[in-house]
Design a protein. Structure first.
Length: 307
């Protein structure tokens, strides 16, 4: 087999670019849907092509039960996309980064929402997601797939040249929009966090309505955003806010002012909780640093008895 899946994956990539390029980079709903579906298909096919090169059994959901006859017939349950990423890292010893894995996860989530829920995605969010995944895929194809190709080599090279040009256009669209909002955000870096939808640093905490200024995704409640942010960015525990009463204080958030450090901050009112401490008794609430003893109001009776 001369990596027939590679040709298939490249075809999906070309289709994704075609759909994203409609209307001068502002595709309609149908084009946006198929751009996401075909890009996700390209990711899955190309990652699994590399697994097959390592060993055909690695694409089975359970390699220990893999049978060659089932593989040749295509009659088997294959691993997930993220499963393929993890096997490429852990077994093949590739270096797919945490950020690249997250970009693939975000794309998969968007694809599932569009396919099963009739979700309406933001054009800007999809373009930002696509730019990250496409950049990863082109490098992946160049390093991990192209060197081992024979008959498919010229086709891949020709297609890669087309894709690089189109990727530059999509990156330019994302960069232009980022530049447009950079000026309005430069004085708000102490309460600006990364958007879990598009990956841009463009959510200003305390805004009403609460939304991303890049992709325009809105959240109905601060807690909803806090939970999503925690899941995507490993943001640690969430506590209730003493100022606005929203259950939205994310303990390991990162703000644009200092992207390499954790800042406990409320996703509702942007109150900074860096100086606050956990209740010494229940450990489930945050206590103001000037309060002594360091116990929450629910635990005060127990504290009075203890002291």
């Amino acid at each position: 087999m001369d990596f027939t899946p590679v040709r298939n994956g490249m075809d999906f990539l070309l289709s994704a670019f075609d759909h994203l390029s409609q209307r001068e980079g502002v595709p309609g709903a149908r084009d946006l849907k198929y751009a996401v579906l075909h890009l996700q298909a390209a990711v899955e096919v190309l990652l699994k092509a590399r697994l097959i090169r390592e060993h055909w059994s690695l694409v089975f959901s359970d390699p220990g039960k893999a049978k060659r006859v089932d593989y040749e017939k295509g009659s088997f349950s294959s691993c997930t996309v993220l499963g393929a990423v993890d096997r490429l890292n852990n077994i093949v010893n590739l270096q797919i980064t945490k950020e690249q894995r997250q970009a693939i996860t975000n794309l998969a989530d968007t694809r599932n929402a569009l396919t099963h829920l009739g979700h309406t995605a933001s054009v800007y969010a999809v373009e930002a997601q696509a730019a990250l995944v496409l950049d990863f895929l082109l490098n992946f194809i160049h390093r991990e797939l192209r060197p081992a190709l024979s008959k498919e080599g010229p086709f891949v090279e020709t297609t890669m040249d087309q894709l690089r040009t189109r990727l530059l256009h999509i990156k330019a669209l994302v960069s232009q929009r980022s530049a447009r909002i950079e000026e309005e955000l430069k004085h708000l870096v102490d309460r600006t966090v990364e958007c879990p939808e598009c990956g841009q640093w463009a959510i200003v905490l305390g805004d009403e309505p609460l939304s991303c200024r890049f992709c325009m995704t809105e959240w109905d409640a601060p807690h909803e955003l806090a939970v999503w942010y925690k899941e995507v960015n490993s943001g640690g525990e969430i506590f209730p806010c003493d100022s606005c009463n929203h259950y939205a204080v994310v303990m390991r958030a990162e703000v644009a002012k200092n992207r390499n450090a954790s800042t406990p901050i409320c996703f509702g009112c942007a109150a900074d909780y860096s100086a606050w401490r956990r209740c010494e008794i229940c450990n489930d609430s945050l206590v103001h640093p000037e309060q002594s003893p360091q116990v929450c109001s629910d635990c005060e009776p127990a504290a009075d008895e203890a002291y």
